[in-house]
Design a protein around this ligand. Structure first.
Ligand SMILES: [Zn+2]
Length: 153
């Protein structure tokens, strides 16, 4: 898939090819239906904001994301393929530090490859292929319960 990534040391933004991720244990993969462009992203690109816990020098932007789970990893019982979710933009890392999606780990600005530009986006919405990101099940998702108005998982 193609992803909108920033190189933090230079603040260079580019759209590059990256492997489409698979959900690992305790994770779900989400087909992104919408990903916001936030002023925080602009501040990140301009160098006003920086990631606190990024491993490496590049990250895929996008911390305001909603979509549909299309793959669940081993051990995930609280979510299922087809669940519509909003991804909470932060989670704790192994050191229990609060990290931010799209800053400290990859976010939702990504598109499955195969075609280019607008045509690519249109194809994504038509054939069920879409943008993907990973999220921890259980702590990083807020599930939509349309008609019931309840529940975060
Ligand atoms: Zn934001």
């Amino acid at each position: 898939m193609r992803a909108g990534r920033i190189t933090v040391s230079t603040r260079q933004f580019e759209v590059v090819d990256v492997p489409t991720p698979d959900a690992g244990a305790g994770q779900v993969r989400i087909k992104v239906a919408a990903a916001g462009v936030c002023l925080s992203d602009v501040h990140f690109l301009e160098g006003i904001l920086s990631p606190g816990y990024l491993e490496g020098d590049q990250v895929t932007l996008g911390h305001e994301v909603a979509g549909v789970i299309d793959q669940v990893g081993a051990g995930v019982t609280e979510c299922a393929v087809g669940d519509r979710v909003v991804v909470i933009a932060g989670e704790r890392n192994a050191a229990h530090q609060i990290t931010t999606m799209g800053f400290d780990y990859d976010g939702g600005w990504a598109i499955v490859t195969g075609k280019q530009g607008k045509e690519q986006q249109d194809a994504g919405s038509k054939d069920g292929q879409g943008d993907h990101l990973l999220a921890k099940a259980g702590s990083g998702l807020c599930r939509f319960w349309f008609g019931h108005g309840k529940g975060c998982v």
